[in-house]
Design a protein around this ligand. Structure first.
Ligand code: PMP
Length: 437
């Protein structure tokens, strides 16, 4: 497969695909911190794939668990049957989850976890006899996957505008940063706590009795790494609790050690009612997601009046045995190598090296938390993605994979990265930034 013509039978409805056909970058292998490109070059993975390969690539323990499970029990119907690995996995997940998150529903992706969480929230109010709570509140610049519920509560105009009314009864809070820049603040900014009062305004406008849930990413990842200011998530929690509204944390990116604790809820010490996860659950190897709920939510479904519980939900592949085996081997790897807290140890070094790019050409802001970083570039007038994309291409040529959104470079390496590899990553980026026009 070498020429654009070879891709003729392959179609993805992304404009990126057009660009890919003009300039194909094929990956043919991966090991630990590196991809192998089709021309044989080693590419340092600065993004853990798509924020998912937290333990690094092609880890034997995980691949062996998959092979073994595939030969033992490949599939079990998700509705009428169970199998031991799904139950074992649910128990192991609850062990690392924030206190009180005692139950798990399995899905196949982050987008499905979000749909599941939104439906659970609405169904829970209904199961308690409060069917008037149907409104949902998301956030500008929020990313919650690509399905209809997710783009409805999500706040990315480009993903929403061609799909009409979407879910009705959805409001969006402004984001924690308007604009997103933090003036090179390290870690959590001090300012911005007042923005939570926007939630209060929306609640007053519609009356709390109509609102089911608020959904936010604790750290907005896909729209450019927006770090919550101190006190902001706590204030959202207080407002939701005061008004009987469920708080959903979308931890598809922040879950499984990205910040230095298993989940952002623990890292920021704020307990939501529902947590959505995927990506790092199976180290990105096999599609799987998990939604965590509190006992209060679970019990309403299990113990509430029968006539109020009409909640049908679940997927053909929920808790699939092979995915469950991959997730269990992933959790073993995280535990054995201390990866769920490694970001906390590495974070000071990461922060220091990342912020050493201050002063490089075009850099107008740098943000970080855990093992996540963002470098925001001054946009070229009228071409708001040009500079970062040019940096992406140059970095790839020089053996480094980065991710860009608008003119923001996002970084989230596998949690196994060494200090030498952190140095290499930022040395390459420093060079790249001087080469970008
Ligand atoms: N929520 C968040 C916060 C995400 O970052 C993503 C993916 N980047 C999703 C949901 C959707 O996950 P998936 O692509 O697995 O459907």
């Amino acid at each position: 497969i070498a020429t654009p013509n070879d891709f003729r039978a392959f179609w993805m409805p992304f404009t990126a695909n057009r660009q890919f056909k003009q300039n194909p970058r094929m990956l043919v292998g991966a090991k630990d911190m590196h991809f192998t490109a089709s021309d044989g070059r080693q590419i340092l993975d600065g993004t853990a794939g798509l924020w998912c390969v937290n333990a690094g690539h092609c880890r034997p323990k995980i691949t062996e668990a998959i092979a073994q499970q595939a030969g033992e029990l490949d599939y079990a119907p998700a509705f009428q049957m169970g199998h031991p690995k799904a139950f074992e996995l649910a128990n192991r997940l609850v062990d690392i989850a924030p206190e009180g998150m005692n139950h798990v529903l399995f899905t196949n992706s982050g987008s499905e976890s979000v749909e599941t969480a939104l439906k659970v929230a609405l169904a829970w109010h209904r199961a308690r006899g409060d069917g008037s709570r149907t409104r949902l509140i998301g956030r500008e610049r929020g990313y919650h996957g690509v399905n209809f519920g997710g783009i409805s509560v999500g706040g990315i105009v480009a993903n929403r505008k061609m799909f009409g009314t979407l879910l009705t009864g959805v409001d969006h809070m402004p984001h924690t940063h308007q604009p997103a820049r933090n003036a090179f603040t390290r870690g959590q900014p001090e300012h911005g706590g007042d923005l939570a009062s926007e939630l209060e305004r929306i609640v007053t406008l519609h009356d709390a009795s109509t609102i089911a849930a608020v959904i936010v990413e604790p750290v907005a990842g896909s729209t450019g790494v927006l770090i919550p200011p101190k006190g902001y998530l706590q204030k959202l929690r207080e407002i939701c609790t005061r008004h009987g509204i469920l708080l959903i944390f979308d931890e598809v990116i922040t879950g499984y050690g990205r910040l230095g604790a298993p989940f952002a809820a623990q890292y920021y010490d704020v307990m939501p009612d529902i947590i959505t996860t995927a990506k790092g659950l199976t180290n990105g190897v096999i599609p799987m997601g998990a939604v965590f709920v509190t006992s209060a939510i679970h019990d309403a479904f299990m113990q509430g009046p029968e006539h109020l519980i009409e909640f049908f939900h679940g997927y053909t592949y929920s808790g699939n045995p092979i995915a469950s085996a991959a997730a269990l081997a992933t959790l073993d790897t995280y535990r054995e190598e201390g990866l769920l807290t490694r970001a906390a140890e590495l974070s000071p070094y990461w922060e220091e090296q990342l912020h050493s790019l201050k002063g490089c050409p075009h850099v107008i802001d740098i943000r970080n938390t855990g093992l996540i970083g963002a470098i925001e570039l001054e946009p070229v007038a009228g071409e708001p993605t040009k500079r970062a994309f040019s940096a992406f291409l140059r970095a790839y040529e020089q053996g480094l994979l980065i991710r860009t959104t608008g003119d923001i470079i996002a970084l989230s390496p596998p949690l196994i990265i060494s200090k030498e590899q952190i140095d290499q990553l930022f040395d390459t980026l420093r060079k790249v930034l001087t080469q970008v026009d």
